[in-house]
Ligand binder design. Structure first.
Ligand SMILES: Nc1ncnc2c1ncn2[C@@H]1O[C@H](COP(=O)(O)OP(=O)(O)O)[C@@H](O)[C@H]1O
Ligand SMILES: [Mg+2]
Length: 390
C-alpha cells in the first residue's frame, strides 16, 4: 500500500502551479492540511494530533478497509460520512485526500467547504460548479496515466447538514453532471437532515462513537508526547467521560494540563519547558473540567435518597450538597439515572424511577425551576422506595 502512495506522489498530476483558478474557486480552501511547521507548537492538541494518514485514524477499521479498497481499485463513489462529532470524519477524508493526491497536489485537486463558509445556492452554482468543471484542464494536460486515480477532483462538503435546502437541491444535479471529473464527499452529523436525493447518490458510512480502548490509546500517546502528569485513574475518568468523542477527550486533557501548569509571574524569566514543575492531574481535576458531578457526590445523594425516610430532611441534605459541591440539577439527574439503573430492584420501582427522572429532565430543560424540580427528584426516588416496602 505504501508503495502505491509513493507512486502517486511521483506519477500524479504534475504540479500545475502555473494554472491558477479564479479567486472564487480558491476562497473556500482550508489550510489546516498544510499548516506551516512553526504554527504547530501553538496549535490546540486536537489539530496537532490530527491523524495525517489513514493508518493513524483509530477505530472504524471496516470503513477504512472499504475506503482503501475503493482507492486501490480506482472505483471511487460519492461518499457520505455521518456520525457524532469528534469521531474522525473530517480527519479521515483529509487523510484520504492526502493519500490520493499527495500533500503537494491537494491544493489544486481538493475543494473543502465547511460550515464556516458561505454555502448558499450561489456558492453551489458558482464556486462548486467552476471548480468541478475546470477539471478537464488537468486530465488532458497533466495526467498522463490513463487510469490515474487522481483523474478526478474531490469536493468535500463538511457539516453539510447546515446547508440550505435549496443548495442541497442544486447540488444533486451538479453531482450527476460532473461525475466524470469530480467526486463529492459529504460530511454530516445527522443523515436525516440531508435531502433524500443527495443520500441516494452517495455511499454511506456511519462513524459510530469511538470505543474507550481507541480513545485511551490516543490519549496515552498524547500524554507521552506532551509529558502530561496524570494519574491512571484520571485517565480512566477522562476516557469514560468523553463518551466516544476524541475531540472532547483531547480538549479536556489540554485544559487540565494547562491548569496544572503554574502561572508565570509578570516579569519573571521564561522557564524552559523541561523545567516547569506541574501538579499531577487527578480524577477531581477531570470532573471539574468537564463539569460533571464527581462520583462521590452522587453516591452521597443516592444514599441519602434511598435511606432517609423523612422527605423534608432528605430535601435539605440534597440542597445543601448542591450548594457545597456546586452541582446543577440537570447533571445530577443524568448521573443519578445512570447509577439507579445499576441497582437490583423490582421492575415497578425501576420504571417509576426512570420514567419520573425522564419527566423531570424534560421540565428542567424547558426552564422549570431548580428548587421545585429538586423536590420532584426527591419525590420520584422516595416514591419508588415506598413502592419497594409494600
Ligand atoms: N478516529 C480518530 N482517530 C484519531 N484521532 C481522532 C479520531 N477522531 C477524532 N480524532 C481527533 O479529534 C479531532 C477532531 O476530529 P475530526 O475528524 O475533526 O472529527 P469530526 O469531523 O468527526 O467531528 C482530530 O483532530 C483528532 O485529533
Ligand atoms: Mg468535522
Amino acid at each position: 500500500m505504501s508503495d502505491f502512495e509513493d507512486e502517486m506522489d511521483v506519477d500524479g498530476p504534475a504540479p500545475s502551479m502555473d494554472v491558477t483558478f479564479s479567486s472564487e474557486a480558491n476562497k473556500g480552501k482550508r489550510s489546516a492540511a498544510n499548516l506551516p511547521v512553526e504554527a504547530e507548537d501553538s496549535l490546540p492538541w486536537v489539530e496537532k494530533y490530527r491523524p495525517t494518514t489513514l493508518d493513524d485514524v483509530s477505530g472504524h477499521q471496516d470503513i477504512l478497509a472499504t475506503i482503501n479498497k475503493f482507492v486501490d481499485s480506482n472505483r471511487f463513489p460519492h461518499l457520505l460520512l455521518y456520525g457524532p462529532p469528534g469521531t474522525g470524519k473530517t480527519s479521515t477524508i483529509l487523510a484520504l485526500a492526502r493519500r490520493i493526491y499527495g500533500a503537494s497536489n491537494m491544493r489544486q485537486m481538493v475543494l473543502e467547504l465547511n460550515a464556516s463558509d458561505d454555502r448558499g445556492i450561489d456558492v453551489v452554482r458558482e464556486q462548486i460548479k467552476s471548480f468541478a468543471s475546470t477539471k478537464q484542464i488537468f486530465t488532458m494536460g497533466a495526467s498522463t496515466k490513463a487510469n490515474s486515480i487522481a483523474g478526478f477532483k474531490l469536493i468535500i462538503l463538511d457539516e453539510a447538514d447546515a446547508m440550505t435546502n435549496t443548495a442541497q437541491m442544486a447540488l444533486r444535479r451538479i453531482m450527476e453532471k460532473y461525475t466524470a471529473n469530480t467526486r463529492f464527499c459529504i460530511i454530516a452529523n445527522y443523515s436525516h437532515k440531508l435531502s433524500p436525493a443527495l443520500l441516494s447518490r452517495c455511499t454511506r458510512f456511519r462513524f459510530s462513537p469511538l470505543k474507550e480502548g481507541d480513545i485511551r490509546t490516543r490519549v496515552d500517546k498524547v500524554v507521552d508526547e506532551e509529558n502530561v502528569q496524570i494519574g491512571g485513574e484520571a485517565v480512566d475518568a477522562l476516557v469514560r467521560l468523553s463518551k466516544g468523542d476524541m475531540r472532547r477527550a483531547l480538549n479536556v486533557l489540554q485544559a487540565c494540563h494547562a491548569s496544572s501548569t503554574p502561572l508565570r509571574l509578570e516579569g519573571a524569566p521564561k522557564v524552559p519547558e523541561s523545567e516547569i514543575q506541574r501538579g499531577t492531574i487527578t480524577t477531581e481535576t477531570i470532573y471539574n473540567c468537564v463539569a460533571a458531578p464527581p462520583p462521590d457526590a452522587i453516591k452521597d445523594i443516592m444514599s441519602t435518597l434511598l435511606n432517609t425516610s423523612d422527605v423534608t430532611s432528605c430535601l435539605n441534605t440534597i440542597n445543601a450538597l448542591k450548594v457545597t459541591r456546586g452541582l446543577a440539577l440537570a447533571d445530577i439527574i443524568t448521573a443519578l439515572s445512570e447509577q439507579l439503573a445499576k441497582l437490583e430492584v423490582s421492575p415497578e420501582v425501576m420504571i417509576s424511577w426512570l420514567d419520573g427522572l425522564a419527566d423531570i429532565e424534560h421540565r428542567v430543560a424547558g426552564g422549570g425551576s431548580e428548587t421545585v424540580q429538586t423536590g420532584a427528584v426527591v419525590g420520584v426516588i422516595r416514591g419508588g422506595v415506598e413502592l419497594m416496602s409494600r
